[in-house]
Write a protein that binds this ligand. Structure first.
Ligand code: SF4
Ligand code: SF4
Length: 343
């Protein structure tokens, strides 16, 4: 596997107009942006010297930053594609037209098929209606979008309906996120989907993926899914071809944190992925490339043979790899086995 940055999530603000129970950033309107436009340009300049990843502007709510489209334009000027991960609540017609002009792909967060479920998760009444309206406007004016959905025990009953809603809204892809307990989600551990249900849901997803020909579907941060697909494919003797979205992380492996993807936080901290607890360094101190190439955490992510416990001897290490963030959150060791491994 060649380790090259294909996809970068860049958290340009910690501010957010929602108060989601699972937020990894613990975002709030009381927080302040820490990276200036000049800081962000510097990071983009540095990265573009060696890589041309898709850069996804995230937060918090990235649309709260008044220079969000200047940042997007600069990324494009440097020859890279730009995504926007938004809760959608600030998107009316005028904003959607700006998005069309400056952004290549949008991801919207929708955690249920009805307002009772989604708004309970997002802690703001009316959030569901606003996000659905955003999806409809984007569709109407021809902007491609993905729907990201996060699940815990409180909304796992609504997984299938949420998939149907994403499809009916015309999403290019539906990504089902298995929440990793970091940020505000750290307080939620007892609410996380059980390991037994995790397995059942991934099996359900495999059957869904076999049937779903139009919209791309993928469980995200559920690396064991890649092993399960391998096992089921052989067991059922089927020719399963994985489809790839043109803005995907580019990985045909469960977890690609620090291998093909990375994350920069609103404070400049660099991590292998957005759920990772530990920072490998800061863009304002050492720049990005030095951390990508030389930091212990990033080097560890790529050294599959030095993973601990069962992962070290697992035949699926190059297929799954286990969730390193979840291992760290549960065992204080990001090289340990993924506590949700069912193999
Ligand atoms: S042992 Fe590790 S690599 Fe193997 S399936 Fe489990 S989590 Fe994945
Ligand atoms: S470490 Fe876990 S949360 Fe991070 S990219 Fe890998 S699977 Fe996802």
């Amino acid at each position: 596997m060649e380790f090259s940055l294909k996809w970068l999530a860049f958290e340009i603000t910690p501010r957010c107009n929602l108060n989601c129970i699972h937020c990894r950033t613990s975002a709030s309107m009381n927080l302040k942006d820490k990276l200036s436009f000049g800081d962000i340009k510097g990071v983009i300049d540095e990265i573009s010297k060696e890589f041309k990843p898709v850069i996804v502007l995230t937060g918090g709510e990235p649309l709260l930053r008044s220079d969000v489209f200047d940042i997007a334009d600069y990324i494009k000027y440097k020859g890279m594609r730009v995504g926007l991960a938004t809760n959608g609540t600030l998107i009316g017609k005028k904003m959607a037209l700006k998005i069309k002009k400056h952004i290549d792909i949008v991801s919207l967060s929708l955690d249920g098929s009805e307002s009772e479920v989604h708004d309970d998760f997002r802690k703001v009444k009316g959030a569901f209606d606003a996000t659905v309206r955003a999806a409809q406007i984007l569709k109407e004016i021809g902007v491609d979008f993905i729907v990201n959905s996060s699940f815990t025990k409180r909304n796992q009953h609504d997984i299938e309906n949420t998939y149907r809603l994403a499809k009916s809204l015309g999403a290019k892809a539906w990504y089902m996120f298995m929440i990793v307990p970091t940020g505000r989600a750290g307080e939620l551990r007892s609410e996380l989907i059980s390991k037994e249900d995790y397995y059942k849901i991934l099996k359900w997803h495999f059957e869904l993926e076999l049937k779903e020909k139009k919209m791309l579907v993928r469980p995200t941060c559920a690396p064991e899914y890649y092993a399960l697909v391998d096992i089921e494919r052989k067991k059922q003797n089927i020719n399963f071809e994985r489809r790839t979205l043109k803005f995907s992380t580019g990985g045909a492996k469960g977890c690609v944190a620090g291998q093909l993807i990375a994350f920069i936080g609103y404070d400049g901290e660099i991590k292998p992925c957005s759920y990772f607890l530990r920072s490998a360094g800061n863009v304002l101190e050492s720049g990005f490339l030095k951390i990508w190439h030389e930091s212990k955490i990033f080097k560890d992510m790529r050294d599959f043979e030095s993973y601990n416990d069962k992962c070290a001897h697992c035949r699926y290490i190059n297929v799954c790899g286990g969730c390193r963030a979840r291992a760290d959150a549960y065992f204080g060791d990001y090289m340990a086995i993924d506590p949700y491994c069912f193999l």
